[in-house]
Write a protein that binds this ligand. Sequence first.
Ligand SMILES: [Zn+2]
Length: 418
Amino acid sequence: MTFRFTPLLALSLLGLAAGATSAFAAADEKLKAAAEQEKAPLIETLRDMVMIESGSSDVEGLKKMADFTEGRLKALGAATERRKTTAGAGADMVIARFKGTGTRKLMLIAHMDTVYQRGILASEPYRIDGNRIYGPGIADDKGGIAVVLHALKMLKDAGWTDYATLTVSFNPDEEVGSPGSGEIIAELADKHDVVLSCEPTVAAPVAKNDGLLLGASGTAIAKMQVKGRASHAGAAPDLGRNALIELAHQLVQTRDVAKSIPGTQLNWTTAQAGTVRNQIPENAEAGGDVRLTIPDGVARLRAAIDEKLKTKLVPDTETTVTITPGRPPFVATDRGRALAEMGQAIYAEIDRKLDIAEMTGGATDAGYANRSGKAVVVESFGLAGFGYHARDEFIDTNSIVPRLYLMSRMLIEQGKKK
Ligand SMILES: [Zn+2]
């Protein structure tokens, strides 16, 4: 059975689940008209940005993207700043600040880099086919930047100033884990009430509806090191303490520890030991891949591993395990969920359905923004698209008006004094 999803029905369904979330009925017709008017200019902005190749290591391309976006933010009335990233290829972040007349502090984040190498436009050109526009990085994440720029244009035209601060952050290293911008994003986010992150939402036909996202896994790197004692492997093997044997023992002992900690995953993937055949190896080392969907996963894994390490096979050896956190997992708070439900109510105003996704395996800077839990953070305010990190990346132009409406209405609602 199919039915038309009316705002009335959406609201009655929402009313059951939304709790304290305010529900809206009629669309803001002025804002909706403004979103429709902004569609063509947004597509022009997208084309301009797709024509700038900006892979994560392409410092020259990323400078062009920073120049372009900074210019646009300035034109919208922001005070802008170029912030050097603290590690990585050395490209700049663009940070823009708008001053309003209200009380709430709002922040929008998106990224300027893509996964593609220089020259990609030759094989993957910008092209329009029906309601799809193809191009490298067009969804991930140039669509997100375009939504930010054009929603802010709509709100500027509408004379909206009901916020204390509105900060925009565009970083140049998201696709390589944000090594030089993650801490800056986390620090900035903590000074705000709300952070809307603008990665893409999955387009039809892969996803039935546009969505917002409440969770993404984090990463970490595990390292196991064993210190033994060297000796002549032929003449005096018993004087040695074989680090390789102890490493093998500890790897087997710890291979399943993550299985008892839901939300964590550990897989040992690399190992090395010894230098020459005729010496009992003094040192051995293994590396592991860690995935996390719970905030305290690193600490809990470390505790479980340390417990296992107490049982040795080779006496007098010493084994240590370190787990170095990478991008933190994104696990939205209840306040984040309430914000996403407000997004559903906003979508219902324009007769559209919005899905709330709980978790993705991909990582996102929402993890950094949400790390301390101070700001309310929700992901996927970008355009609907598909094929990112692959071939034939595209955005669905039918998502432009709803996403502009969602972003601008959400900012208006979040700007209101709480
Ligand atoms: Zn992205």
